[in-house]
Design a protein around this ligand. Structure first.
Ligand SMILES: *Cc1c(COP(=O)(O)O)cnc(C)c1O
Length: 417
């Protein structure tokens, strides 16, 4: 069944090892393999499918566009599809939030938007250093890898990664230790040994790094120290953005005003590759084509992205639903953690970006394997892969979410029995 992949697809493949079936179709929060076996999806393409698989309205928009001979590829030419996206995103997402940004469409991956953000910050400040955080994940191209903590990925860079200083993320030394004060001191002391950075880049909730949630106070402290020292603040909202935490951007509740925001994963709404940098207008010092890419702003993805903004963000219903469902799921996770015989299980996260921390990688691995046997697709994250990461589609109905949690509960109790 998997032999073609084992024989001919590179060893680099990874998810097909965790979920050893051949998937064929999907709808909403459900995946189906080629034998018709159904799975509940709490992975959502690692945060790509916030609106579920194959949203019928977004698909209809795409099909209509294809049937109308709409431009699919136009390099970065001006197109009707791009204009509609920029206008709607500005009107529905940015302006109501008091945000004013210019749009840059880099190549379609998250990593490419991170590369562009780093280049721009370095170009704008004339500095080379960038501060990123322990357990941060920003992609695996060389510039993005240099600011990514995980040694497994860093080890295959093949070159010394350069231009980054790592600082401890919020909570790295425990809840009582405010690491923003450490960083403040290091940056204001000309003899600390840290080169004054062009930018600080962070995830407000670390996705791959273990669903580590930065407090609003910590985030505001960091923004303040950026302003004090003339450092740009870059928020990597590739995974936590597009509604995952309840608000469109993950930094809204902290009231941040980042200089650059990077978005990708769920931006197109249906899983088409699309990536976007939002930059403060005064930072837009690029010369034409200085950062480019063949697939900048793929038009079909822009069409579905426009559809997603129109369908899900014109009112506050999705946000409200994410907060409500987030409470239901996290409450259920707390019950699962409490009823487990192993007392080291704990729960954290915000909105529908939630974690069941099993403290041990082997325990978490057994649980997600068992859960897959019972029909739940869910992955692990964190430094030791010790954290079960729950990213159900934001549009999941509560009954399906509960069925997924039933499977998780059963798996936890069997593994820890
Ligand atoms: C997935 C991810 C990236 C990298 O995106 P790719 O499309 O895989 O290059 C960067 N930052 C964060 C926070 C991510 O979750």
């Amino acid at each position: 069944m998997l032999s073609v992949f084992e024989d001919l697809e590179s060893n680099v493949r990874s998810y097909s090892r965790s979920f050893p079936v051949v998937f064929r179709e999907a709808s909403g929060a459900l995946l189906q393999d080629e034998n018709g076996t159904e799975f509940i999806d709490f992975l959502s393409g690692a945060g790509v499918l916030n609106y579920g698989h194959n949203d019928p309205d977004l698909l209809a928009t795409a099909i209509q566009y294809l049937n109308s001979n709409g431009i699919i590829h136009g390099l970065d030419m001006a197109t009707v599809a791009k204009r509609e996206f920029i206008e709607l995103f500005d009107a529905v997402i940015l302006r109501p939030r008091g945000l004013s940004y210019k749009f840059q469409f880099p190549g379609p991956t998250g990593a490419n938007s991170v590369e562009a953000a780093l280049k721009l910050a370095r170009k704008a400040t004339g500095r080379h250093n960038v501060i990123s955080f322990t357990n941060g994940f920003h992609g695996v191209s060389l510039g993005a890898l240099a600011i990514t903590g995980n040694r497994y990925y860093r080890d295959v860079a093949g070159l010394p990664t350069a231009g980054a200083t790592f600082a401890p993320y919020d909570g790295y030394f425990g809840a009582d230790n405010d690491t923003s004060q450490y960083l403040d001191k290091m940056l204001s002391d000309a003899s600390s040994g840290i080169d004054l950075p062009a930018a600080i880049i962070l995830e407000t909730i670390q996705g791959e790094g273990g669903i580590n949630v930065a407090s609003q106070k910590w985030l505001r402290n960091l923004e303040r120290l950026c302003r004090k020292n003339g450092i740009l603040l870059i928020v990597d909202d590739i995974q936590a953005g597009c509604g995952r935490t309840g608000s469109f951007f993950s930094f809204e509740s902290a009231g941040l005003s980042p200089d650059i925001v990077v978005l990708s994963k769920s931006l197109s709404g249906v899983g088409l590759p699309l990536s976007l940098l939002l930059l403060k207008p005064e930072l837009d010092i690029w010369q034409p084509g200085e950062h480019n890419g063949t697939f900048r702003g793929n038009n079909l993805a822009l069409v579905t992205a426009t559809g997603a903004v129109r369908k899900f963000w014109a009112d506050g219903n999705l946000s409200t639903a994410v907060v409500e469902k987030g409470h239901i799921v996290s409450e259920r996770l707390r019950q699962i953690a409490q009823s487990a015989s192993d007392e080291s299980l704990s729960v954290r996260g915000r909105g529908l970006m939630l974690a069941l921390d099993c403290a041990r990688g082997d325990v978490a691995e057994k649980i997600v394997r068992r859960a897959f046997e019972y029909g739940l697709v869910v992955e692990r994250c964190g430094a030791e892969d010790q954290v079960i990461k729950l990213l159900p589609p934001l549009t999941i109905d509560v009954a399906t979410a509960q069925r997924g949690l039933d499977i998780l509960q059963r798996s936890v109790s069997e593994v820890l029995a």
